[in-house]
Design a protein around this ligand. Structure first.
Ligand SMILES: [Zn+2]
Length: 273
């Protein structure tokens, strides 16, 4: 599933493609949304905004289209009449004279008024966005140690979009590795230094991933590994999807565990329980 950084890059791409442009055609696959097609043709796309893992495409008539990709959704941007993916179901399409923005396979699509966006059940529950540059490590640390969260395992806490928005499975493994925290630990079990390291990493890693094409590894190390012939999946992350490979810091073999229902990767040397 795409995580916050990937969704934000997709939203950036959609903004460049269609924001500020007039809709010359628009398509919804779901019957209950069809009546909105005529209402939105002729409107201007005002913005495409990410909210955690959801995206809202806003129009100048005050309506917005909420979409959440879940596991299979995929946005495609192309020139008018460009080559389209086969084998995927088109669910929502915005055609402008310059570019087409096409959403495939997503099942969660809704039309909302601008006023209803902040109170949408998914958006209203979102915690602070890890890609929001105004969120500080102190705020994240205080949140981790606060009543609703401090007795929950990091493994499940980090997948809860109500704790922090935009973190998914790869960021979960990477943040905990960088902070030296075992996923079974709870904030209340951690030292002050661990909480500080966690708060720092919980913001720094998603923001680096957003700016650097999904790389969460140390950038200099990733560049060095790439230059010496390693493939992207080998240099992209510290631990995620690297089971059996040596830890870049201590050399121990990276282990794969299943916790919180999802696969998680840890270094037994750097993240003792
Ligand atoms: Zn290690």
């Amino acid at each position: 599933m795409p995580e916050g950084p990937e969704i934000r890059r997709a939203a950036d791409n959609l903004n460049r493609a269609i924001a500020g442009n007039i809709v010359c055609d628009l398509f919804f696959a779901f019957d209950h949304l069809k009546p909105y097609e005529a209402e939105l043709v002729g409107c201007t796309v005002t913005a495409v905004t990410p909210y955690g893992k959801a995206i809202v495409t806003s129009f100048d008539n005050g309506l917005g289209v909420y979409s959440h990709n879940q596991l299979y959704g995929k946005w495609v941007v192309c020139k008018p009449n460009g080559a389209l993916p086969t084998g995927r179901q088109l669910r929502f399409a915005v055609h402008t004279p310059r570019r087409w923005a096409l959403l495939y396979s997503a099942s969660e699509i809704e039309v909302l008024t601008a006023e209803a966006v902040p109170t949408h059940p998914y958006i209203v529950k979102l915690g602070p966005d890890t890609l929001d540059a105004t969120v500080t490590p102190d705020q994240v640390a205080a949140r981790a140690l606060s009543q609703p969260f401090h007795r929950r395992q990091f493994a499940t806490l980090l997948l809860d979009q109500g704790f922090l928005g935009g973190i998914g499975n790869y960021l979960r493994s990477e943040i905990l590795y960088v902070a030296g925290i075992h996923p079974a630990q709870r904030p209340v079990d951690c030292t002050a230094d661990q909480i500080a390291a966690f708060a720092e990493a919980a913001l720094a890693l998603p923001q680096q991933s957003y700016r650097h094409g999904g790389i969460t590894n140390d950038l200099a190390l990733a560049a060095h590994l790439k230059a010496t012939g390693y493939r992207r999946r080998e240099y992209r992350h510290w631990v995620f999807s690297r089971a059996g490979q040596p830890c870049h810091r201590c050399g121990a073999a990276i282990a794969k565990i299943v916790i919180g229902g999802r696969r998680c990767y840890i270094c037994p040397g750097c993240q003792p329980r």
